[in-house]
Design a protein around this ligand. Structure first.
Ligand SMILES: Nc1ncnc2c1ncn2[C@@H]1O[C@H](COP(=O)(O)OP(=O)(O)O)[C@@H](O)[C@H]1O
Ligand SMILES: [Mg+2]
Length: 375
């Protein structure tokens, strides 16, 4: 079964002087899918998107859209459209004129047809009836939708979105992210969505590419990214995670598991990468994957509750391990279900997890600080 590929990057690198902003990136985006590029600020996301759009030329490597190599095709001749983080709407124009802007520039269709298409695009983003409003009379979320409609009206096969929800407040971002996902599914347009916000990337995407220092660390569906991070960086960047450092691999289990000794305690985990007995590792454990039982049990790690933070649907319980040879603690997310364990600060509890709920990686070399570099 072969999927039609809409966008492909083959060994794409972009340098600005000595700085390598995008470093040997290759991936394929299937037609009609929601593809996110997730990474911290400065990791090369915008540069990557601008190269797909044609505003920036790769230093080396090739970019294909719809099977055609587009390295030398100018932006306005590419079948894609970009929605910027800063909206760049025309504040004094009304909604309709903003949305028809691109069509007018392109020309070739009647005014009536432009308006029909613009109204259609506005309906798709839930803004019917607001055609005559001025931009400054709209809320932030409505302005965001105008920006989307302005791109959709051009019927791009690929829509490139650079942190379009970044300027919205949390509540609005939550609802817009679902709307965007529905919109993408309805229109069948390929979305390439850039964000530093992992909750957005996980919630909306078919596939997420995690980028760090211009390099792709992992490309996977959200669930896989979350459960089976491929690198130390992905484990620390995506989702909340407990990180226990200074571990040592002491044994292997069947099926890719390892036993790790940390602070004198044996713990189970998944080998996130190639590991050997004796290797130093960090172990990542998701707070919600830890089972907490009141009392002391033989088949787990014993600790004492030091803090309970109520957070509505769950509580975050901080547990200090009692049997480690150095201070260690774990955050445990306890859902408030009917049979949730009822624990209090100061109580002794036992923690356990399935081995594949934790991930072990070699520690990454920390950049030396200036102070460390001095004799
Ligand atoms: N036109 C440019 N000239 C020089 N350096 C740039 C330029 N654009 C981006 N950079 C640098 O490239 C790196 C990646 O930037 P960018 O792609 O904007 O990252 P992100 O969008 O992930 O925050 C940064 O270090 C940035 O300073
Ligand atoms: Mg950016």
């Amino acid at each position: 079964m072969s999927q039609e590929i809409d966008v492909a990057l083959v060994h794409v690198t972009k340098k600005f002087g000595d700085l390598i902003a995008v470093n040997d990136v290759s991936f394929e985006i299937p037609k009609g899918s929601f593809f996110s590029i997730l990474g911290p600020s400065g990791s090369g996301k915008t540069t990557l998107l601008r190269m797909i759009a044609g505003f920036e030329k790769p230093t080396s490597g090739d970019i294909y859209i719809g099977g055609q190599r587009v390295n030398d095709v100018p932006p306005n001749k590419r079948p894609c459209n970009m929605v910027f983080q800063r909206l760049a709407l025309f504040p004094m124009m009304n909604v309709l004129d903003n949305v028809t802007f691109g069509l007018r520039r392109r020309g070739g269709i009647s005014k009536a047809e432009m308006e029909r298409r613009a109204k259609d695009a506005l309906a798709r983003v839930g803004l019917e009836g607001l055609e005559k409003r001025k931009i400054h009379q709209l809320s932030g979320g409505q302005q965001q939708r105008v920006a989307l409609a302005r791109s959709l009206v051009l019927e791009p096969t690929v829509l490139l979105l650079d942190e379009p929800l970044g300027s919205l407040d949390l509540k609005l971002r939550q609802s817009m992210k679902l709307e965007l996902k529905h919109l993408q599914a309805r229109t069948g347009t390929t979305f390439v969505y850039i964000t530093h916000d992992q909750t957005i990337a996980l919630a909306m995407s078919d596939t997420v590419a995690v980028i760090n220092h211009g390099r792709i660390e992992q490309i996977a569906p959200p669930e896989e990214l979350y459960r089976q991070p491929a690198t130390h960086f992905v484990a620390s960047f995506v989702g909340e995670n407990n990180k226990l450092t200074n571990g040592k691999v002491v044994a292997f289990r069947q099926g890719g598991g390892v036993d790790v000794e940390i602070g004198g305690i044996r713990m189970a985990g998944r080998a996130g990468e190639n590991l050997a007995v004796g290797d130093r590792v960090d172990l990542f454990i998701r707070p919600e994957m830890i089972t907490l039982r009141p009392g002391r049990h033989d088949d787990g790690i014993v600790g004492k509750v030091s803090e309970i933070n109520f957070d509505g649907s769950h509580s975050l319980v901080i547990v200090d391990l009692l049997e480690s040879d150095r201070p260690l603690s774990l955050n445990v997310k306890v859902q408030h279900t009917e049979n949730a364990p009822d624990v209090k600060v100061g109580e002794v509890v036992t923690l356990s997890w399935r081995w594949d709920a934790a991930n072990a990686f070699h520690p990454v070399a920390q950049p030396r600080t200036e102070a460390e570099g001095l004799p």
